[in-house]
Design a protein around this ligand. Structure first.
Ligand SMILES: O=P(O)(O)OC[C@H]1O[C@](O)(COP(=O)(O)O)[C@@H](O)[C@@H]1O
Ligand SMILES: [Mg+2]
Ligand SMILES: [Mg+2]
Length: 337
């Protein structure tokens, strides 16, 4: 039975007893969690809060922004800019980095986020979320620029997401395992509901958008064909499929019961490495998944080893149960020889 302590107590424990995090980082995560609570309130209001529908604008990736994309972005910026722990922020919804204004105290951390993941699910009342990643500015670097953000994911000091579903759940890692916290709405606080989250190494469940099948590369097609062949095929077992179209919800299922998630490169936009974004979608999820004993690659290399060259860089993603991720990756490496 998991100890029912609050997020604040858990964070203090991580700082004081285990020495896993400095005080500044603890306070930063508290601010992010508070922002997620505010976003959860807007999400829950739905049509009553007039937060559904499009905002009539586009983000830097040319995607139509939903009202909630913008609301969530503003909530995260507003909550974090006065916190005193950050040098700058970057978001899916902003083209450049956001420097903490001079009127606020500053810190050494860099915060990146996908304020609202799974935007296509907002209006249809299906789970969505917020994904975030924390880096530290290189020591001695004066000021802050976009270059400070271009660090490989293995340098993340914290990462997490908050899924707004039937329950609102915050999932966190500081590089010493994964913990989950459920929002107790009566108390208004996140309560620890699982520690030491582990993803089983094997699975019979995959997640991929099958409508893109005709655009896939041969190794992806091979892997999925083998899953679909079931007991009679080379895998000798039947597979189930799930695709929520909110990465946050698909990854949450994988952290809860295992599985493999794939958003591979495909021929629709051959010049792009993939659909998902490296710095505020793939890296934080890869950090969580690895900390839970799973694996995350771009179908060839470990995601957290990739050095980004742009803030909004895209990447192919294969993550989840270790043995399946290794299999998909091996199929790609074999085909390249
Ligand atoms: O609609 P598709 O092509 O299946 O893509 C779904 C994927 O796109 C995303 O929604 C992208 O996230 P955003 O909503 O933040 O743009 C992922 O969460 C999800 O896995
Ligand atoms: Mg997203
Ligand atoms: Mg988004």
């Amino acid at each position: 039975m998991t100890r029912r302590i609050s997020l604040t107590q858990y964070l203090i424990e991580q700082q004081r007893q285990h020495g896993h995090i400095p005080q500044e980082l603890r306070l930063l995560i508290e601010v992010v969690a508070r922002a997620c609570k505010r976003i959860a309130i807007s999400v829950t209001k739905g049509a009553l809060g007039e937060v559904l529908g499009t905002a009539g604008s586009e983000n830097v990736q040319g995607e139509i922004q939903k009202k909630l994309d913008i609301i969530a972005n503003e909530v995260l910026i507003e909550a974090n800019e006065w916190g005193g722990h950050l040098a700058a922020m970057a978001s899916e919804e902003m083209e450049g980095i956001y420097l903490v204004p001079n009127r606020f105290p500053k810190g050494e951390y860099l915060l990146m986020f996908d304020p609202l993941d799974g935007s296509s699910n907002i209006d249809v009342n299906v789970s969505i979320g917020t994904i975030f990643s924390v880096l530290k500015k290189a020591e001695g670097s004066k000021g802050v620029s976009e270059d400070d953000f271009l660090q490989p994911g293995k340098q993340q000091v914290a990462a997490g997401y908050c899924v707004y579903g039937p329950q609102t759940t915050l999932v966190l890692t500081f590089g010493a395992g994964v913990a989950m916290f459920t929002l107790d709405r009566e108390q208004g606080s996140f309560v620890l509901t699982q520690e030491g989250v582990k993803i089983p190494e094997d699975t019979k469940e995959f997640a991929i958008n099958m409508s893109n099948m005709r655009h896939w590369d041969a190794p992806v097609k091979r892997y999925i064909d083998e899953c679909l062949a079931g007991e009679e095929g080379p895998r000798g077992k039947n597979f189930n499929m799930r695709w929520i179209a909110s990465m946050v919800a698909d990854v949450h299922r994988i952290l809860t019961r295992g599985g493999v998630f794939m958003y591979p490169w495909d021929r629709r936009e051959p010049n792009k490495a993939g659909k998902l974004r490296l710095m505020y979608e793939a890296n934080p999820m890869a950090f969580l998944v690895e900390q839970a004993g799973g694996a995350a690659t771009n179908a060839r290399q470990r995601i957290m080893d990739l050095t980004p060259t742009q803030l909004h860089e895209r990447v192919a993603v294969v993550l989840g149960s270790k043995n399946e991720v290794e299999r998909v990756t091996a199929y790609h490496l074999d085909s390249a020889q």
